[in-house]
Design a protein around this ligand. Sequence first.
Ligand SMILES: Cc1cc2nc3c(=O)[nH]c(=O)nc-3n(C[C@H](O)[C@H](O)[C@H](O)COP(=O)(O)O)c2cc1C
Length: 196
Amino acid sequence: MNRILILFAHPALEKSKVQISLLKAAQSVDGVTIHDLYELYPDGLIDVVYEQDALTEHDIILFQHPFYWYSAPAMLKEWQDLVLEYGFAYGASGNALRGKTLANIISAGGSKNSYSTHGHNRYSIIDLLRPFDQTANLCGMNYLPPFAVHRTHDMPKEKIEMYAELYRQLLWKLQRDLPSEETLASLRYLNDWVQS
Ligand SMILES: Cc1cc2nc3c(=O)[nH]c(=O)nc-3n(C[C@H](O)[C@H](O)[C@H](O)COP(=O)(O)O)c2cc1C
């Protein structure tokens, strides 16, 4: 079984509709570890050793967050800046993450179509997530396409629940399997892999 660690970042969870449902879905899957960063570190002081130990003990790392200004909320950036240290995550002797897998689990206000050359967001989600892709690459990790919930504004409760169930199935599947090289060559979203 692949051991999954979710680094969850939402700065206003009390207002959340989508991420709170995805979080509850993740909490219902046995054996998944969740670090709710804003809850764990209300003063912003991240326990680097605790976080690095957790990374060492897991195979698949998921950054779960709303898409904020085409990236992640600030706490997840702080986590990266502090936890992915030289000599641990990268550099000549920084091999701790080698061979592990990284993916983003995101929700975005913008529609799928808006994230294209012809849409008002101009770039695809895949393009905008390149800094995460390259971070994974530098650390010797495999980067998967994202799981994404688009067009979150006014999304009906039933549709949110449908995505939460899909996410639960994704976690279950990731514990047992990873997309093959062949599948990855044409996969844009993990949503499509779990539905296949
Ligand atoms: C500060 C902020 C920045 C945001 N930036 C983006 C963005 O760059 N692209 C986008 O599609 N949606 C953006 N949104 C919308 C959020 O992604 C969306 O409201 C969120 O994913 C919904 O999940 P929630 O119900 O868990 O909060 C932004 C929202 C906020 C509050």
